[in-house]
Design a protein around this ligand. Structure first.
Ligand code: ADP
Length: 249
């Protein structure tokens, strides 16, 4: 049994290392495709050629984000993803995520509303890049799965006990992303935070995506000392909530 367990663990490690290496190797040529397609787009082209170049660029972009997701997931499975703890501007970080989607929201005639509770500190210690990644996944999904209405982002917080080590005050940050979109049927809710889980996985589905965003977000929330959950009604919209632990000076 011990030997079987060790061999399974070593196979698992080999798989994660293989995935990490392959994803890394695939990135370089994808970047070349993306870069040259972007350059080509700036040259004199017929309408048809422009559409074709745009398709090359969009496909390379999709591939790039898929590879980034696979790399993240394999790093997490190998226990090699470390969470940073640096001071960063929390309000600015959330505002920038909303600004990043402004054009998409406008094009889809949706409303994007951000509310930051007044007691949420402007500067906290935590992992800005990973928090942003979860927010981009959830706000991006909310927009992608909403045809009309709004996406509302709400940030609140609760004071925690001072940390054992340096006695800094800790803080639990709560994020809620509510949309008025297509919602999720009850029988799909339980499987949502599993790899490649998509409510509509048919090749003809029109919203795109890989089914990795939520599992990555869940793992990141776990690593940041928090949790993620969802409430949804098919046809009425969804609310994704997550929390992370931070501290401040
Ligand atoms: P992706 O969006 O790339 O398909 P995710 O892991 O981010 O992958 O999401 C998995 C699935 O969960 C989506 O394909 C969709 O079916 C469902 N989902 C996620 N967010 C929403 C939302 N806000 N409204 C409706 N369905 C959602």
């Amino acid at each position: 049994l011990v030997r079987a367990k060790e061999s399974a663990e070593s196979a698992d490690r080999a798989k994660s290392e293989f995935l990490a290496m392959v994803s890394h190797e695939i990135r370089t040529p994808i970047n070349a495709v993306l870069g040259f397609a972007t350059l080509l787009r700036e040259t004199m082209l017929t309408t048809e050629q422009r559409e074709q170049v745009e398709m090359i660029r969009a496909s390379a972009e999709t591939l790039e984000s898929l590879i980034a997701d696979i790399l993240d997931l394999s790093k997490m499975e190998a226990g090699k993803l470390d969470i940073d703890r640096q001071p960063f501007a929390l309000h600015k970080c959330v505002e920038e995520v909303c600004a990043f989607f402004a054009q998409k929201v406008h094009a889809a005639a949706l409303e994007l509303d951000l509310r930051l509770d007044p007691d949420v500190p402007a500067i906290v210690n935590g992992d800005q890049a990973r928090l942003r990644q979860v927010l981009v996944n959830l706000v991006g999904n909310a927009i992608k799965f909403t045809d009309r209405g709004s996406v509302k982002v709400h940030v609140s917080c609760a004071q925690g006990e001072p940390a054992a080590g340096d006695g800094r005050p800790t803080l639990r940050l709560f994020f809620a992303i509510a949309d008025t979109g297509i919602g999720i049927p009850p029988n799909k809710l339980d499987h949502l935070f599993q790899p490649f889980s998509q409510v509509d996985s048919s090749p003809k589905r029109r919203r795109g995506g890989t089914g990795l965003g939520l599992i990555i977000s869940k793992r990141l929330c776990d690593l940041m000392g928090g949790a993620i959950s969802v409430e949804s009604r098919a046809g009425e919209g969804s609310t994704f909530r997550f929390s992370v632990l931070a501290d401040y000076d």
